[in-house]
Design a protein around this ligand. Sequence first.
Ligand SMILES: Nc1ncnc2c1ncn2[C@@H]1O[C@H](COP(=O)(O)OP(=O)(O)OP(=O)(O)O)[C@@H](O)[C@H]1O
Ligand SMILES: [Mg+2]
Length: 248
Amino acid sequence: MPADIFNLDKVSFDYGPGAPALDGVDLTVAGGESVALLGANASGKTTLLRLLAGLASPTKGAITAFGVPLTAEALRDRGFTASFRRRVGFVFQNAEAQLFSPSVAAEVAFGPLQLGLDESAVAERVRDTLALLGIEHLAERAPFHLSGGEKRKVAIGSVLSLAPDILLFDEPTTGLDPRSRAWLVRFLRALREAGKTLVTATHDLDIVGRLADRAVVLGEDHRVWSDGPVGAVLADHPLLVGANLAEP
Ligand SMILES: Nc1ncnc2c1ncn2[C@@H]1O[C@H](COP(=O)(O)OP(=O)(O)OP(=O)(O)O)[C@@H](O)[C@H]1O
Ligand SMILES: [Mg+2]
């Protein structure tokens, strides 16, 4: 059995009194898995990814990452945070929130530069990443002026250039045209085949079967309603209707 990457034990998260976003979530993600996180709007998908990414800590319950407690205290340790960020990449729901550099090349170079790679190694990472995403032609463009789909690719590139083993994607296909969406699904599958661990939040049920081995369904009560092989979850129509993921 591959080692567990993440383990969540009765994790709850509130944004404030009476504002629950997750309630008693138990979840394990093993190395090399591709897990789809399904749930209606406001069910807590983004919040869960933020916890996995170490951008927030549970209000209740505990998370371990790579067997180590992922606590607010651990995340205050710069050494721990630096190695965690190298291993776990997070592609935001809103690509624009992730883009801040004057050019696409600079955007993709930012992470490797932070890691302290030398200039030629950074240049190589940037070249490889842009080629992988098929966006070499955008290298000198300003990210801010790209189309939504192009921005998504650059945001993915800015994360992939860090070469993380674990990738968290938040609604990666939203706003993509059919060709870009098909490309992205193939791309995510290739990442998985390359041995990456993927957690993808989505309510795009059409892509889930092609993307994931396992599906976790969050209900509108912010609890886990189902966790199992993707085929079984997708075949459970009453579950999908109950979780507001399918029309009755
Ligand atoms: N920064 C915040 N402050 C207060 N409440 C928040 C904040 N972010 C999210 N919430 C609330 O937490 C709940 C879960 O939100 P979250 O963004 O995790 O849902 P989601 O499943 O990602 O939804 P969507 O499909 O719309 O992206 C919602 O009720 C939301 O209003
Ligand atoms: Mg969300």
